[in-house]
Design a protein around this ligand. Structure first.
Ligand code: GTP
Ligand code: MG
Ligand code: ZN
Length: 313
């Protein structure tokens, strides 16, 4: 019998594939009994990226048994709707999350982007924004692309302009993904090109890709499993199914603004502490919104999240 530690690289129902990263030699495993991390009521107690302990035959024949899940350094968690009681862990132990977005075909909603970013801040996941399908925007959209980049760079996030189709920006993304043989996550709504980007990074990979719907201008939820892939150029990428809804999990009203880096920077100057930045006089955040230092839509996202968090509690 052999005992070891490995990472979950694929998860389908009760079956897992594990690999001892940074080696890439996946082997099948099942869980012994109920795997559970403390205090977790998520639909999936373990996720891709989780480090587990396993037992297997010395020659790796047959199926290994997962005996326990090790403490996570970080993870991304969401609820499908704000009303839902159960939460879902997208992935764990991520070196860099790439939130893949598009301005159109399909449009990624700003509220969705901001919820994802807030969750990354709260659960300590480094995150960057990928603006994909740059090839289809053309000169007429340049102004909006610049505005979008201005907003998120101003808030403290890197924004990478890429096109999986033309290869623009792909080499830079490839270099970033290879850094420290790290585990990278591609997440976003359906149809933004997560699987296409993976294939652009490493043409030997063959994830399923399909056209967005002609009629609805939305993705068709082509990727259905969470799965990690090794890139020939180094590093690993977790391709994920498109996310339908992103509800926040376990946020306290007074913490929320600390997960907006541009608010966190100035909130010491609010007269009241804690300040919700809604009705209080002499609020530095509201002043920054009024004079344009904080983007108005980011602030609206903040108010929307604040309202939901107090309403559904
Ligand atoms: N023009 C253009 N089309 C792209 C680009 N990237 C992806 N697409 C197209 O967008 C559609 C959806 O791509 P996918 O890679 O399947 O999208 P996904 O994000 O993996 O979608 P799900 O798996 O459903 O979440 C396909 O028709 C791709 O060819 C791009 O940079 N430019
Ligand atoms: Mg996909
Ligand atoms: Zn304030």
């Amino acid at each position: 019998m052999r005992k070891g530690k490995a990472i979950i690289v694929k998860h389908t129902g009760s079956h897992y594939l594990l690999s001892e990263l940074p080696q890439w030699r996946p082997f099948p495993a099942v869980a012994r009994g109920k795997l559970r991390l403390k205090d977790s009521n998520s639909t999936n107690p373990v996720a891709v990226g989780d480090m587990v302990e396993y037992e297997a035959e010395d020659d790796f024949t047959g199926t290994a048994t997962i005996t326990s899940v090790l403490e996570r350094k970080n993870y991304i968690i969401r609820k499908s709707t704000n009303l839902s009681r159960q939460s879902h862990i997208i992935a764990a132990n991520i070196d860099c999350a790439y939130l893949v977005t598009t301005l159109a075909f399909p449009e990624t909603k700003r509220a969705f982007i901001d919820r994802f970013l807030v969750t990354c801040e709260a659960y300590k996941v480094p995150v960057k924004i990928v603006l994909n399908k740059i090839d289809i925007y053309g000169e007429s959209h340049r102004e909006y692309v610049d505005y979008f980049k201005g907003v998120y760079e101003g808030a403290g996030y890197e924004v990478l302009e890429v096109s999986a189709l033309t290869g623009l920006g792909v080499e830079r993304l490839r270099e970033e993904c290879a850094r420290n043989s790290g585990v990278n996550l591609f997440s976003g709504v359906s149809g933004v090109g997560k699987s296409s980007l993976m294939k652009a990074l490493d043409p030997s990979l063959a994830p399923k890709i399909s056209e967005i719907s002609e009629h609805y201008k939305q993705g068709k939820h082509t990727t259905t499993f969470y799965e990690m892939y090794p890139l020939a150029s180094g590093g690993f990428v977790i391709d994920t199914p498109g996310i339908r809804g992103f509800g926040l999990v376990d946020f306290k009203e007074h913490e929320l603004s600390t997960y907006f880096p541009e608010m966190l920077k100035i909130m010491d100057d609010c007269r009241f502490k804690p300040c919700t930045h809604t009705h209080e006089p002499h609020c530095a955040v509201k002043e920054a919104v009024d004079n344009g230092e904080i983007d108005g839509e980011r602030y609206l996202s903040y108010l929307g999240m604040l309202e939901e968090e107090t309403k559904y509690r």
